[in-house]
Design a protein around this ligand. Structure first.
Ligand SMILES: Nc1ncnc2c1ncn2[C@@H]1O[C@H](COP(=O)(O)OP(=O)(O)O)[C@@H](O)[C@H]1O
Ligand SMILES: C=C(OP(=O)(O)O)C(=O)O
Ligand SMILES: [K+]
Ligand SMILES: [Mg+2]
Length: 485
């Protein structure tokens, strides 16, 4: 896929698509189709699959993305202290409501009435009367008694339980740290592969994020961090967590178990607004097209859910089991792209993304420095009917600040750092451009050339160039330049 095709896509879809890799999508032909159907970012879930599997899939994605000249970004999602069931003899067991079962932390294979879990402190963390939720809360147990490694429970909500499904303990203070020993090993592995981001599960505080940041920095890597909001504590500490993260994810699967399900949509809205106000990309994840794991058509409620997230101004929507283990991975991505396009077309027609801008301008004054520049850029580009906004970024700050204003005019984000270039692909309405030259000496010339070569603008068209953002206030000298190609 050349840059012109990408540009056409950007004109028709600003909200990005994240797809999880797994057994249904580890084949080169499928990966190619997923990219051609609209995937912008792939997720490798470290909770499943071996390092060998992940490495093989990673190399396939990179080689196909290179071949297609597509700025696909890849992130590794660390397990975090997610407690899971172990393996069962036939891959699953059935739990009957009102029956008695045992959860054990012994290292065994599970069978009827016996659920293994590798989390060794489980028996210490729970008390009689606590609830244990299984598989994103679909099944529920009540703790009756604890004897060393054995937790005796009554099944209060039965059903089928498969291998390695999540265990949640709502209201129980889990002793495991956010970054477990396994996470550190998985992070090293993924950083060595060259992932663009690491996703940190079950973040509770800013310190959790900084611990991972240190691990990345100590290894001399540049990977970004996506903080996953899955705990009530994270919502309380949202601003401080967002500020030290490169992006966030509203991880609705675990969040909906740790909170009540009805609290999730409000948390989603608040997090989208908070992340945008702080210039950080935000992903909404989980069960977006869940029914398409087995069906070729989505439920009406799923379609509305995606449409709603787009209208709320999210940067990216994510597919999990749908592309990792579902029967129709490519059809699911196509469906997601269609839903996004239809909703965005309406929003642009109604000038509703501009309403989001107004929402932002309702923030306390003076509004943050970057927002003023970003909104002026968006407005000027629109008023002058500029063909494109071009940002020049070393760190990526100019591009993410402009993207957060959700401009009507497409944003071409230039960087000469391949990692920054790919990380741009998670951002709303941003088409990444990799340049050999950072444009420090001849920025106008570079901007004109990129606008022309990408087909975004022709001789005589207006373009708007933005550059000079920096996190150090003394070096922060953003400028807007109106250029004629
Ligand atoms: N790499 C993989 N290998 C095997 N199964 C996978 C893989 N990725 C996902 N799956 C399956 O798809 C389901 C949904 O995927 P996902 O949301 O990524 O996982 P989870 O919710 O378990 O963290 C998983 O529970 C698992 O059954
Ligand atoms: C995305 C999520 O995390 P995971 O799939 O790793 O549990 C979630 O909980 O919604
Ligand atoms: K995970
Ligand atoms: Mg989760």
């Amino acid at each position: 896929m050349g840059i012109k095709t990408e540009l056409d896509l950007l004109h028709s879809r600003r909200t990005k698509i994240v797809a999880t890799l797994g057994p249904s999508s580890n084949d080169a032909a499928i990966i190619r189709q997923l990219i051609e159907s609209g995937v912008n970012v792939f997720r490798m879930n470290m909770s499943h699959g071996s390092h060998e599997d992940h490495e093989a899939t990673y190399e396939k994605v990179r080689s196909i993305a290179n071949e297609l000249n597509n700025p696909i970004a890849i992130f590794a999602d660390l397990c975090g202290p997610k407690i899971r069931t172990g393996l069962f003899k036939n891959g699953q067991i059935t739990l009957t409501t009102d029956s008695t079962i045992t959860v054990t932390t012994r290292d065994i294979t599970g069978e009827a009435h016996l659920i293994p879990s590798q989390y060794s402190a489980l028996a210490d963390d729970v008390n009689p009367g606590d609830r244990i939720l299984l598989d994103d809360g679909k099944l529920e147990l009540l703790v009756c008694s604890i004897d060393d490694t054995e937790i005796t429970c009554k099944v209060t909500q039965g059903g089928t339980l498969k291998d390695k499904k999540g265990i949640n303990l709502p209201g129980v203070a889990v002793s495991a740290p956010s970054l477990t020993q396994k996470d550190k090993q998985d992070a090293q592995f993924a950083l060595n592969l060259g992932v663009d981001f690491l996703a940190l599960s079950f973040v509770r505080t800013e310190a959790d994020v900084l611990q991972l940041r240190k691990l990345i920095d100590d290894g001399g890597f540049q990977s970004g961090i996506i903080s996953k909001f899955e705990k009530p504590e994270a919502l309380i500490n949202a601003s401080s967590i967002i500020k030290v993260s490169d992006a966030i994810m509203v991880a609705r699967g675990d969040l909906g178990v740790e909170l009540k399900p009805e609290q999730v949509p409000v948390a989603q809205r608040k997090l989208i607004n908070r992340a945008r106000n702080l210039n950080r990309p935000v992903i909404v994840a989980t069960q977006m097209l869940e029914s398409m794991m087995e069906n070729t058509h989505p439920s009406r409620a799923e379609v509305s859910d995606i449409s709603q997230a787009v209208a709320e101004g999210v940067d990216a929507v994510m597919l999990s089991g749908e592309t990792a283990a579902g029967s129709y991975p490519v059809q699911t991505v196509r469906m997601m792209a269609r839903i996004i396009q239809q909703t965005e077309a309406y929003l642009f027609e109604e000038n509703n993304f501009a309403d989001l801008e107004r929402h932002l301008s309702q923030m306390d004054t003076p509004i943050p420095f970057g927002h003023a520049i970003a909104h002026s850029t968006a407005n000027m580009a629109k008023q002058m009917e500029a063909k494109v906004i071009i940002s020049l970024s070393n760190s990526g700050m100019s591009a993410v600040t402009i993207s957060s204003a959700r401009p009507t005019v497409p944003l071409l984000a230039i960087s000469c750092n391949p990692g920054t270039y790919r990380r741009f692909n998670l951002q709303w309405g941003t088409l990444p451009i990799l340049a050999e030259d950072a444009g420090n000496t001849h920025p106008n010339k570079l901007a004109r050339r990129v606008a022309r070569d990408s087909g975004a603008a022709q001789e005589g068209d207006f373009i708007v160039l933005v550059r000079g953002f920096a996190s150090n206030p003394k070096l922060n000298t953003p400028s807007i330049t109106l250029l004629t190609v």
